[in-house]
Structures are given as C-alpha cells and as structure tokens.
Design a protein around this ligand. Structure first.
Ligand SMILES: C[S@@+](CC[C@H](N)C(=O)[O-])C[C@H]1O[C@@H](n2cnc3c(N)ncnc32)[C@H](O)[C@@H]1O
Length: 263
C-alpha cells in the first residue's frame, strides 16, 4: 500500500490529491489487480474518472488569484464576474453551467427560504459562481473537494468575495463534513462517488447536515453526447431515494438535471 500511495502521489497530475482517497481506491485495486504495477495504473485511472478528467487545462491558481485580486480591487463587479467565468470555463462541470448561471440560481433559490449558510460537496470550481448566487449578506460558505491546491485557491477566493467560511480538503466518501447549513450543493458528483463506493451516494445525502440538498446530474458525456443520460440518471436518483420520505422537486436545465430535496 505504501508503495502504491507514493507512486500515485509522485505523479504530477495526482500529487495534490487527498492521501485518504488514494488509500481508499488503492486498497480495492490491490485486491482486484494481479500486481502492484496494475493496481497503481488502475488507481490513477479511477482518479482520472472521478476528478482529473474534468480539468480542461492545467490549473494556474497563482495567476488566477492575481487576476481575481486585480479585478476585485477595481471595484468593477462585472469585470470580477467575467474573470470568475473565465476560470470556471477551465473545469468541465462549471463550463457547462456558464450559459445559464442566472437562471440556475434564480430557479433553485426561489424554492428555498433565505440562505445564510451553504455546504458545497465535491465542489470542483463551483464556488467561483458565488457572485451569481442570491445569498444573504452574511452567508457562510463551506466547500470540500479532494485536491489540496484547489482548496487553497478556493479558500483565498472565498475570503476575497467577503463571504465567511472556507474551502477544505476532504474525501467525502470516508468523511461527510459535519458543518450545518441551510443548503447543500451536491452537483454532478453522485456518479463520481459511486465509482469509488456504490453505497457512498446515499450515505452522503443522508448524512449531510442540511435541510435542503441540491443534487444534480450531467445530461451529456464529457465528449458531448447525450446518450439517454437524463433518463439513466433520473432512474438512478429515484432508486437511491425511493425509501426516503423526502420532498423532491425536479428542475431541468440545458445540460443539467437538478433535484431539490427537502429533508
Ligand atoms: C463532476 S465534478 C463536479 C464539480 C462541481 N460539483 C460542479 O458541479 O461544478 C466532480 C468533483 O467531485 C470531486 N470528488 C470526487 N470524489 C470525491 C470525494 N471522494 N470527495 C470529495 N470530492 C470528490 C472531484 O475532485 C471533482 O471536483
């Protein structure tokens, strides 16, 4: 196991990934694969599928922070948003959402009471959309993902927006964050969690300490094909939640299917 963890963390693409996650995936792959070399390869493949594949270019967090600070300091909120949008375009999930950001939050937050606190699970670049969210003035925002460098970047970004809260490195399959919030985002993430552990998705939805969960699924493959994904993920979501007495509302967007759960 130690040799597998060291080999995976040595690769430039996964050097910033949570060691807990590498161990968790590695443990399964060491049991499944014939030898260490194959287990290392399979662990990297899985890390690619659940996170690495979504980056459209190598992140330039230092340069991005500098640009964000510069535009923020001009006081021009429109320019600040443009910079956020440009950065979001480098991550597949947020890039797909850029076209309908205003509509997305308007429709979701119309169905919730005023929001004073948010949890963003497996957040990717999503906190960069904070300037589009109709949140209350003293909102607290807690974001979690498995990349250390991304979390350091988002922690500084959150501070820059004037919002309270932080971004923290966390493998939510092994540890569901225990902070409490009015709304929790679990966007485009269930298929990734289920690739690590089939029972993880329901456990995460059940354990998140929030009255409202915004759960979404992509409706296109990373290659851009639709392939009945809307039907497939709707079926999976209904299966996952069939034994729960949660109130569920469904919202459709161009490239995303959203379920708002009220626990
Ligand atoms: C498809 S992206 C979605 C990103 C974001 N939620 C959005 O919709 O814009 C999936 C994200 O889940 C993260 N992820 C995968 N497994 C995770 C885990 N076990 N714990 C926390 N985050 C995880 C990946 O790093 C990636 O950022």
């Amino acid at each position: 196991m130690e040799r597998l963890v060291q080999a995976v963390l040595k690769s430039p693409k996964y050097g910033n990934v949570s060691q807990d996650l590498v161990r968790n995936i590695g443990r399964h792959e060491l049991q499944k694969q014939r030898n260490l070399k194959l287990a290392i390869k399979a662990t990297k493949n899985k890390l690619h599928q659940i996170g690495g594949a979504y980056f459209l270019k190598k992140p330039e967090y230092g340069a991005w922070l500098k640009r964000l600070k510069e535009t923020k300091s001009t006081g021009n909120e429109e320019a600040f948003r443009r910079t956020c949008a440009e950065i979001m375009s480098h991550h597949y999930s947020t890039r797909e959402r850029l076209e309908f950001l205003d509509e997305f939050y308007a429709k979701i937050f119309a169905l919730t009471p005023p929001v004073h606190s948010v949890i963003d699970v497996a957040c990717g670049f999503h906190p960069l959309a904070i300037p589009w969210m109709p949140l209350s003035e003293r909102v607290e925002y807690y974001a979690y993902d498995v990349y250390k460098d991304l979390m350091e970047f988002l922690d500084k970004f959150i501070a820059m927006t004037g919002v309270q809260g932080h971004a923290e490195f966390c493998d939510v399959v092994q540890h569901v964050p225990d902070s409490r919030a009015d709304v929790a985002f679990v966007l485009n993430t269930i298929p990734c969690l289920e690739q690590i552990d089939k029972s993880a998705a329901l456990r995460v939805l059940e354990s998140i300490n929030s009255g409202f969960l915004v759960v979404s699924f992509p409706v296109r493959t990373l290659g851009g094909r639709e392939k009945d994904m809307r039907k497939h993920y709707e079926h999976r979501f209904r299966q996952l939640t069939e034994k729960k007495d949660w109130a569920i509302q469904r919202l459709e967007f161009k490239s995303e299917l959203v379920f708002l759960i009220r626990k």
